[in-house]
Every structure is written in structure tokens, then in C-alpha cells.
Design a protein around this ligand. Sequence first.
Ligand code: NDP
Length: 329
Amino acid sequence: MSEFFKALRIDKTETGQAVEIVSFADDDLMDGNVTVRVTHSTVNYKDGLAITGKSPVVRRFPMIPGIDFAGVVEASADPDFKPGDRVVLNGWGLGETHLGAYAQRARVKGDWLIPLPACFSPAQVMAIGTAGYTAMLSLIALERFGLEPAQGPAIVTGASGGVGSIAIAILAKTGWTVIASTGRLDESPYLKELGATDVIDRAQLSTPGRPLGKELYAAGIDSVGSHTLANVLAQTKGLGAVAACGLAQGMDLPTSVAPFILRGVALIGINSVTASKVRRLEAWDRLARDLDPAKLEALTTTIGFDEIIPTAHAILDGTIRGRVVVEIG
Ligand code: NDP
């Protein structure tokens, strides 16, 4: 007889979708060679899109949302993992095409898992979550492009959000002067505590601007897209670069080629979902080294399973500060 466990389930309805906490049968989990007892997850922006149905993130119904988890291996046919191993999963279609993290049990491909980094607890790893791991992929991409703190300040957009908060902390720790762009100026003390030198009002960047502006920033980490990214590109110094990872303002990019052909500015795309295992391990190693645990604690809120749905709505409303850990176990 199948075992049952608690899960959040999205079903398709005639009018859209319905989301509820259910008792889910183990037999209904999808194929995978590793079964994990999920202990912690988190609420990312993409989880907000999935749960509210605001964007077509979910590609199969019913779906258990949740794009990342930390947990303990219960059973494994993968030689790299054995029962009792602590593991992490970010992306790979979890919560989109494969039953996801908001459940007490997950069955996944061993190739998608990495060992829990030794210096972090499962809760800390989910406080970082996909947002923080993406912030680190962005910083590594800027470094790989050849940028250094001596070349000038770095701007972080969507600063009070998950990607933004961790981007500020890791840029500051690695020596960058950080300018934080936010719609919540009342969060300036929080952003400065994380490491921002200056805070600007995002309204300066969120409306249509000129193809080229004053050269202000050597680097940028942008989780906002749309006019904000276009203006950041227009204000990037010659031979600087911007890592683009998000679309909180919009998916559009109303820019011109001017920053690219007149200043040699580079736009670097970041996709955390299918990043290789080598890149993932590198990013988590760097997070272990370059993210101050006290700052991580300052940017984290912890919630229970019952609070996932309201938090998913709140993250799309832009009212969540930093990162949210979900205690699943
Ligand atoms: P959050 O909601 O935590 O942060 C987004 C922030 O963007 C908000 O806190 C707010 O910051 C700002 N913002 C919200 N709405 C607007 C708006 N209309 N105009 C300008 N700024 C706005 O989300 P996450 O940090 O989890 O994710 C951010 C983005 O990054 C999302 O689009 C997400 O899908 C994407 N992402 C992409 C990944 C990838 O692999 N490429 C991986 C992870 C995330 P403030 O109040 O400070 O202005």
C-alpha cells in the first residue's frame, strides 16, 4: 500500500488553477533514482509565479510547486548518494515539469543533486536558495568577464529582494563598492547593513531613458529587466558588464545597441536552472567563502508550510524583504 505525505498541489481547473495542501501518495511521485525526505525549502519569485498562476511556469498538472529543497536521502539507486546523505537541489525543472519541493518527500534524478555544502545547515542553504545561488553565478560571471572592484562601483537592482540582498552581501564581501537600487527607500538601513555604500530610488531607472547616460557603474547584477536593465546598460562604464538574471519589472528589454557598440559594454545572461554541476559546486563553494553567515541571518525570515501560499502572493507584490525559508519537515 502506498505511503502518504503532506504536499502542496496545484490542479488545473476550468477557470485557471487551484492550490491546496493535500495528502499525496508516494505512488504518484514521478520517476527518479533518489528519494529525499525534504526538510527545508524556500519561496522564490518563480514559486510565486507558479502558485498564483501569473505566468505559465507550471508545465504539467497536477504539480507540486517549489523549485528548490534541502533534505536527507531516504533511498538511492545512484552510486553517488546513500540513505542519510544531506543534499540540495536547485532548479532542473523542479516545480515546473517535475513534482517539486513543497512536499515532505521528493523523488528526483541523482544527477540534479549536490551534497549539502559542509559549512551550511539545511536551513541556511535554503536561506540562500536559488536566489542566492543565482546571485553568486552572476558575480562569478562578472569576474570571469574580467571585472575587478578597482574598476568602479557595482549596481544591484531589486536590492531588497532575494537575489538583490545576497548580491549586495557577496559583492561587498569581495571588495566592491555597491550601489543598491530599491523601491523601498525605508529599507536603506537594511541595505547598508548588508554592504551597500549608497541607495538610490528605483524610480530613477524604471522609466524610459536615453540610449547612453553618464558612465556610473563598472558592473551590475540585475534581477528586474525592462527599462531598469536598459537604463543600467546606458549607465555602465566602457568595457563594463551587467549580469541579467531576472524580470521583476518585466520581460522586455527596451534598449539600443549604443552601450554595446559605443562603449563595449557586455550583457551576460544568467540561467541557474540548467547550470552544470561543476558551476553549481563552484557557486556553493564561493557562497561558503564569500557570504557572511550573520548577514544571511539578517536577511532571512522563516515560515511554516501553511504560510507558503500567502508568501507566494506577497513575493509578487514586492513586499518580501530578503529571503524566506520554509520548514517542511
Ligand atoms: P524578489 O521578489 O525577492 O525580488 C525582486 C525585487 O525586485 C523586489 O524585492 C523589488 O525590490 C524589485 N521589484 C519588484 N517589482 C518591481 C518592479 N515592478 N519594478 C522594479 N523593481 C521591482 O524575487 P527574487 O529575488 O527571488 O527574484 C528576482 C528575479 O530574478 C525574478 O524575476 C526571478 O524570476 C529571477 N530569478 C532568475 C533566476 C535565473 O536563473 N535566471 C534564478 C532566481 C531568480 P525593491 O523593493 O528593492 O525595489
